[in-house]
Design a protein around this ligand. Structure first.
Ligand SMILES: C[S@@+](CC[C@H](N)C(=O)[O-])C[C@H]1O[C@@H](n2cnc3c(N)ncnc32)[C@H](O)[C@@H]1O
Length: 295
């Protein structure tokens, strides 16, 4: 038998030694996942028996190998949503919740049910969180990867309440303007969100990123290989006055602002920072419909 506080301290030391900043919190979440006990009640748990201790230590060792916490426990929390994640799909990051909140604020100012599109949807984090927070919104989740699409469809099927009926999945390449026009009528959308691949090739990333599909993360030498072609697609689907929020690498805020401005399609182009002060996403409003310049 081993007391819970001894096991948690041991796990925290092992995870901190592996370079994990959130060592104590990860140690606790792994124990929550194995025991089913609420995080706030862990220290009131009985001591771990041998089988429980062995299973817990094995999970901690996997995390110390920098396997993402979410892959070990099988789910990722994202705003009000809990998503199944694992190999072949991008693990949603907490910083993307800012974009979900911005989108809900924008959509909440619209009369009637909002039409929302989540481009590069991955596990469906943004689409499902937005549909959960906006109980009448209709959300289209667009994704290209066949494996990610399986996770996405599974998460939509398991979503609570009316979310399942209000989120539809579109299997498509978001840079394919003809395909996108065929799926989403021109000028029909109120709000577009996108967390596309945007890390410049070769940039230093945390070891956990090796468990995300490369096509979900990297986007050419300048990090813009998906964003730039996606802009004309976004301009096409937004109604005049509709808005877009686009997450990007912290080194590409100016490039995203410039690429948006050059299309001539967007007004009120604004860069936003996260709580740590890093440039995180750019928002803009669709100007009056008209011919687009090449981005
Ligand atoms: C950074 S992940 C974001 C996933 C999700 N939106 C989130 O915030 O957790 C980017 C996603 O875009 C998808 N993707 C990459 N290129 C794409 C393309 N050209 N068309 C559609 N999806 C694409 C990847 O498969 C991946 O699921």
């Amino acid at each position: 038998m081993s007391t819970v506080d001894v096991e948690l301290s041991r796990a925290t030391e092992q995870l901190a030694a592996a370079g994990i900043d959130s060592a104590r919190s990860d140690a606790e979440w792994l124990l929550v996942a194995l025991s089913g006990v609420d995080r706030g009640r862990l220290l009131m748990m009985d001591a771990l028996d041998d089988a429980a201790r062995t299973a817990y230590r094995a999970a901690v060792t996997r995390r110390a190998q920098r396997i993402p916490l979410q892959h070990i426990i099988g789910t990722a929390a994202f705003g009000p949503a809990e998503l199944a994640v694992g190999p072949g799909v991008f693990t949603p990051r907490p910083e993307t919740e800012f974009l979900a909140e911005w989108a809900c604020g924008a959509a909440g100012r619209i009369d009637g049910p909002a039409s929302v599109v989540d481009l590069c949807s991955g596990s469906g984090a943004l689409a499902i969180a937005i549909a959960t927070m906006l109980p009448t919104a209709r959300v289209r989740a667009v994704e290209r990867s066949p494996v990610a699409l399986e996770w996405l469809r599974g998460n939509v099927d398991r979503a609570a309440g009316s979310v399942r009926a209000r989120v539809s999945v579109v299997a498509a390449d978001v840079t394919d303007a003809d395909r996108m026009r065929a799926s989403i009528p021109t000028g029909s959308i109120d709000v577009v969100v996108a967390n596309p691949p945007y890390v410049p090739d070769g940039a230093a990333v945390a070891p956990e990123v090796a468990h995300d599909p490369a096509e979900a993360v990297f986007a050419g030498a300048d990090g813009m290989s998906v964003i730039t072609p996606m802009l004309t697609v976004i301009a096409g689907m937004l109604r005049p006055g509709g808005v877009v929020g686009l997450e990007h690498d912290d080194s590409t805020s100016d490039a995203v602002v410039a690429a948006m401005s050059v299309t001539g399609a967007f007004v009120d182009v604004r860069a936003h920072r996260d709580l740590a002060g890093r440039p995180r996403f750019v928002t803009a409003r669709r100007g009056p419909a008209g011919p687009l310049r090449s981005a």
